[in-house]
Design a binder for this molecule. Structure first.
Ligand code: OFO
Length: 160
C-alpha cells in the first residue's frame, strides 16, 4: 500500500481510540449524575469506537502493513449540560466524517479499490453516527419544551 495512505489510516485508527476516550469520559460524567440511561448509551458508543479502531487495525494487518499505536490529549471530563455534551459529540462526529472523507479521497486518487470498498463501510457508518446525535439533540430540546408545557398546564389548574 502507499506509505502516506498507511500513515493516514494509522492516524485515523488512533483517532478512533481517542474518540472512545472522549465518550468514556462522557459516560462517567453521566454515571456521576446518576443518569443511568445516558451512561449506558455512552458506554455503547465507547465500545463502538473501539470496534471502529479494531476494523482499521485488522485491515492494515490483513494487507501486511504495520499498525502504530500512539498517545493523545486528555479528553474533556466536565460539561455545562446534557445539551452541551450532545453538541460536542455531534461536532466530534462531523470531524470524524471529514477525516473519513479525506481517506476515501486518497483511496480514489490512488486507485486503491480494496481500500475504497473497505472505507465505504465508514462512510455509511458516519451517516448513522451524526444522525444518532442529531436525533438526541432534538429529543433533549423537545423534552425541555414539554417540561415547560406540562408545568404550564399544571399551573393553569390552580384554583386558589
Ligand atoms: Fe468512529 O465514529 Fe464516532 O467517532
Amino acid at each position: 500500500m502507499d506509505k502516506k495512505f498507511v500513515e493516514a489510516i494509522n492516524t485515523q485508527l488512533n483517532f478512533e481510540i481517542e474518540s472512545a476516550h472522549v465518550y468514556l469520559a462522557m459516560q462517567n460524567y453521566f454515571a456521576n449524575k446518576s443518569l443511568k440511561g445516558f451512561e449506558h448509551w455512552f458506554q455503547i458508543q465507547f465500545r463502538e469506537e473501539l470496534e471502529h479502531a479494531q476494523k482499521f487495525m485488522d485491515y492494515l494487518n490483513d494487507r501486511g502493513e504495520r499498525v502504530e499505536i500512539r498517545g493523545f490529549e486528555n479528553p474533556r471530563n466536565d460539561f455545562e449540560s446534557i445539551l452541551e455534551i450532545l453538541e460536542v459529540s455531534l461536532n466530534h462526529e462531523k470531524e470524524v466524517t471529514r477525516r473519513i472523507n479525506n481517506l476515501m479521497k486518497m483511496a480514489i486518487d490512488l486507485n486503491d479499490y480494496a481500500s475504497i470498498s473497505f472505507l465505504q463501510w465508514y462512510v455509511d457508518e458516519q451517516v448513522e453516527e451524526e444522525a444518532n446525535f442529531s436525533e438526541l439533540i432534538d429529543k433533549v430540546e423537545m423534552l425541555g419544551n414539554t417540561g415547560i408545557f406540562m408545568l404550564d398546564r399544571e399551573l393553569g389548574k390552580r384554583e386558589d
